[in-house]
Design a binder for this molecule. Structure first.
Ligand SMILES: Nc1ncnc2c1ncn2[C@@H]1O[C@H](COP(=O)(O)OP(=O)(O)OP(=O)(O)O)[C@@H](O)[C@H]1O
Ligand SMILES: [Mg+2]
Length: 341
């Protein structure tokens, strides 16, 4: 058997790898722990993420990706190589790869993605635009003459695009997503209680009780931090209403961007979107009540997938079948959405 082909989603928060015939086989934090004195990588993925906020000064936790764009090349290469090797083992034939990239990306940024992946020795690399992959992963037929609005709320950015006939009619992006939600919680607790909490504590509280729409039953969660004046450790009980107070501003920034994108969508495509609803993907669309908030404010129904954070990698995985068609035609770009390296 020739090596299994794979699809990669280089997320700001999570690196996902889809293996043909198996589904998502890797879903790990996009993090690398680096010993700055020995100048070597000491952990990658989940192991590195667990060190966040717990390292000595000599260990730096690097997040080498920023919405599919590489912000630290050598660390990104370490991360990608480690997990591609884990997936492909010691096979003689290295896999062919489809990797998703944001639609607004420079040639230099594209080249960095291709170079970081090709260092592993993969046979061929094809790029697919992220919103297209997200739509395919959510089960949309992107070749239809029909407008589909995809909103991908990830860790670093919220990307949105109107897709029709295999093409992106309109797209936009805002650097507000899961990380901004965590920051909002950190700032809120510091301002209200004078307690500094870490990034991971904020993330855990957000997932446990965070919401962007009022909950019927108030929920509570205990966070641990350091009192900023006394300098002592302190436990604190926060409520879901308090977290909503913190999260509503970044959530409304996303809502306003979605509204602005819909405002410039051509009427025929908008009519399709009004009937079908918008397709929500990305891990942060799991935030409780965010889909409801979006739907109420825009008056457009929302379609949410069961595993929204997997959609981009699943869609890139579906696109693997295009590689065969391209191979049979002796190369060349089959699809305008699909660039081959
Ligand atoms: N239940 C949940 N509630 C709120 N947020 C969640 C939940 N589950 C996951 N998230 C958030 O989803 C984000 C990760 O989603 P995803 O994997 O789609 O991002 P990414 O692809 O890594 O980032 P980007 O697309 O911006 O590069 C994290 O910020 C995480 O906190
Ligand atoms: Mg993503």
């Amino acid at each position: 058997m020739v090596g299994t082909d794979i699809a990669i989603d280089l997320g700001t928060s999570l690196l996902k790898i889809y293996a043909q015939g198996k589904g998502i086989v890797v879903k790990v934090p996009s993090a690398v722990a680096f010993d700055t004195i020995k100048e070597e990588v000491i952990a990658v993925g989940r192991e590195a993420y667990q060190m966040v906020g717990r390292t000595s000064e000599r260990v730096e936790i690097v997040r080498p990706l920023n919405n599919g764009v590489i912000s630290n090349f050598s660390m990104a290469q370490h991360l990608i190589t480690h997990f591609i090797k884990q997936v492909s083992g010691n096979r003689m034939f290295m896999p062919r790869v489809v990797v998703s990239v944001p639609c607004v990306i420079t040639e230099v940024q594209k080249r960095a993605v291709v170079d970081a992946i090709s260092a592993t020795g993969v046979r061929k690399i094809c790029l697919i635009e992220e919103p297209v992959a997200a739509a395919m992963g959510a089960g949309v037929d992107i070749s239809a003459p029909h407008g589909t609005f995809v909103v991908d709320i990830g860790g670093g950015t919220t990307d949105m695009a109107v897709i029709s006939l295999n093409g992106i009619a309109i797209s936009d992006s805002i650097p507000i997503a899961g990380d901004a939600f965590n920051d909002a919680i950190i700032k809120y607790i510091r301002r209200k209680y004078g307690v500094a909490i870490g990034e991971r504590t904020a993330e855990d509280a957000k997932i446990a009780i965070g919401c962007a729409y009022p909950k019927r039953v108030l929920e509570t969660y205990t966070v641990k931090g350091i009192h900023t004046v006394k300098g002592l450790p302190q436990s604190l009980e926060v409520t879901s209403d308090e977290l909503m107070e913190a999260l509503i501003e970044p959530a409304m920034q996303i809502v306003r961007k979605v509204q602005a994108t819909l405002d410039v969508t051509p009427p025929e495509l908008l009519a399709d979107i009004l009937t079908d609803g918008m397709v929500l993907t990305g891990g942060s669309s799991n935030l409780w009540g965010l889909a409801t908030l979006l739907s109420k404010k825009t008056r457009i129904p929302v379609r949410l997938n069961e595993h929204p954070e997997d959609c981009v990698a699943m869609g890139a995985g579906k696109a693997l079948s295009f590689i065969d068609v391209m191979d049979n035609r002796g190369g060349g770009t089959l699809n305008p959405l699909f660039a081959q390296y």
